[in-house]
Design a protein around this ligand. Structure first.
Ligand code: IMP
Length: 436
């Protein structure tokens, strides 16, 4: 096996919150480099350090493994205030990342007026509310595309920053009006530099670092944030985030080529959730949906919002498997389905003319027309919670999983049966066999 084939990408296959964090946590000890390549502090997952939970939003999850080198790629957005808070919380728990953290000089920063604009849009009466996390993600990526953004490397030239910020700042001021409370550009820069000071030595050329790492035979774990259905191109536009959360974002957000990818592990829950507005044909607005939310503790890590819940949606997941070239599934939270008398699997959608298809519409209006076609399976009376091998799975659960794999066109590589590290198992014979 060459070093390249050891590199692994972990990507979300639904609308985020699939439990990628558990897999990254399980796997990162086996990799020498862990890389975030897109998104910002809209992402979030909780890790447990010495018995205490810490929510990480921007620091790569490999932080907890002292041998892991952490890379923040060029496609990431950083809110430096939040980043510093995460680093401080980690260091209070005895986790120090200095000396093993490299932030791309090309990564962009989120500024206070980006956050103000995001919240202004979401707070208005417009019909186009996305239900964003309110963290300034959209406006910061807009500024990047409009060539008015500030990159981490620019922080090494603080004297230029007020002038660099002004064009974007002025546009936000025009939209929000003269009475909107915004810090002055000078105050924004002063504060930014305060947060940035201890990080300046961590800014560098992450593309070169990763290429050198590969040359030396080191392995790389790519940690995706959000998920394919939130991808700005391949998701349920306009109800998406503003980055490419599927495989394409990995290349632009690291500067590596397809040759650097060994396997792609696509992560999905055994049911479906979504936060924020937008189509979700599988959504259950009844007691079943409420039970999934309660048992699965489906409340956002970043915003605390209750998540919309429904049965596993095979068409969206198949779309994500195909888009990412996923070699296998990390299927999470099967145990949440324990005790349901019946378990549903959305196998397709019917449009207004009654036609059944498992293809996804491209246009947001066409989603409104769809009703899910659900195949029901007998539930299992034996709980799957904590099951650690295929032979322990109840027959009914196995039947449900077999149908799921067939319709999404990907085999299960890891099955998670509970939140703890040891609740779950690697599917025998898959590409993860022997890796975890
Ligand atoms: P934004 O990324 O804050 O602009 O939000 C755009 C959409 O993506 C909203 O529906 C958010 O709820 C959703 N979103 C962004 N990040 C995450 C995440 O990490 N998990 C789940 N949903 C997310």
């Amino acid at each position: 096996m060459t070093h390249r084939s050891r590199n692994l990408a972990i990507l979300g296959l639904q609308w985020g919150d699939e439990g990628k964090g558990k897999l990254v946590d399980l796997l990162s000890a086996r990799f020498q480099n862990v890389v975030r390549f897109q998104g910002g502090n809209n992402a979030g997952h909780t890790v447990v350090v010495n018995g205490q939970s810490i929510a990480l939003h921007q620091v790569p999850s490999g932080a907890l493994h002292p041998e892991c080198f952490l890379v923040v790629g060029s496609g990431v957005l950083l809110n430096l205030e939040v980043f510093r808070q995460e680093l401080d919380r980690l260091s209070q728990r005895g986790v120090d990342v200095m000396g093993r953290l490299l932030i791309s000089a090309k990564a962009h920063v989120i500024l206070p007026h980006h956050i103000a604009l995001d919240q202004w849009r979401e707070g208005g009466a417009g019909a186009n509310k996305i239900g964003t996390t309110g963290r300034g993600i959209g406006p910061a990526y807009e500024m990047k595309a409009a060539r008015m953004g500030i990159r981490m490397g620019d922080l090494k030239h603080p004297e230029t920053l007020v002038d660099r910020i002004l064009p974007g700042y002025k546009e936000v001021r025009i939209l929000l009006g003269p009475d909107a409370s915004l810090p002055t550009p000078e105050a924004i820069v002063a504060q930014l530099m305060e947060f940035a000071k201890p990080l300046l030595s961590c800014i560098g050329d992450t593309q070169a670092h990763l290429m050198d790492a590969e040359k030396k035979g080191e392995s790389i774990l790519f940690e995706g944030a959000q998920a394919t259905l939130l991808d700005i191109d391949h998701g349920t536009y306009p109800f998406v985030t503003s980055s490419n959360c599927s495989i394409g974002g990995l290349f632009t957000g690291t500067g590596l080529s397809h040759k650097s990818i060994g396997n792609v592990l696509g992560v999905a829950k055994a049911y479906t959730t979504r936060v924020g507005a937008g189509p979700m044909p599988s959504e259950l607005l009844d007691a079943t949906g409420a039970r999934l939310r309660e048992v699965g503790r489906e409340f956002g890590t970043t915003t605390g919002r209750p998540r919309r819940c429904g049965w596993f949606d095979a068409p969206i997941t198949r779309h994500a498997v195909r888009t990412n070239g996923a070699d296998g599934l990390g299927l999470m939270k099967l145990d949440v389905l324990d005790g349901f008398p019946e378990v549903g699997l959305v196998i397709g959608y019917r449009n207004g003319h009654g036609e059944l298809s498992a293809n996804l519409p491209s246009c947001s209006q066409d989603w409104l027309d769809l009703t899910p076609e659900v195949r029901m399976f007998k539930g299992w009376s034996q709980p799957t919670r904590g099951v650690k091998s295929l032979s322990e799975l109840p027959t009914e659960a196995r039947g449900y999983l077999d149908a799921l794999m067939e319709i999404v066109e990907a085999p299960i590589a890891y099955l998670s049966t509970g939140p703890d590290r040891d609740e779950g198992f690697v599917w025998p014979g898959c590409f993860l066999d022997g890796v975890i």
